[in-house]
Design a protein around this ligand. Sequence first.
Ligand code: NI
Length: 133
Amino acid sequence: MTELPTDGPPRDPASKVNLRDAFASFDELWQPHAAADVDGYQLKIAKVDGEFVWHAHEDADELFLVHAGHLTLRLRDSDPIELDPGELFVVPRGVEHQPVGRDGCEIVMFERAEVVNTGTAGGDRTVAVKPLD
Ligand code: NI
């Protein structure tokens, strides 16, 4: 698995996180921010719009939970998953997927901290997770 350096949240880990405030703290699209660290897993949040790249994570499951807007998860060889706020789906390891956001989509992802956003596809959409301000 390709690994990128991942900065965890700089805050006191005992302090609470307000997701609405966290989403309001940045404007970049497709830039994951770390909202919490959990035993090597990370809660990552991102604002997304339009199509991301098709990619897969060979040895990592990836949970998507929609906080706002609408997310379509296109899956190779199966029907797309349509997610509204409060709905989640786990993309199984190895399954090629393409997230597509609309309507001011805000997503929460839960996965191992070192999972790279573009998986095995790589390319210029690959970014490291940023800490929240
Ligand atoms: Ni993915």
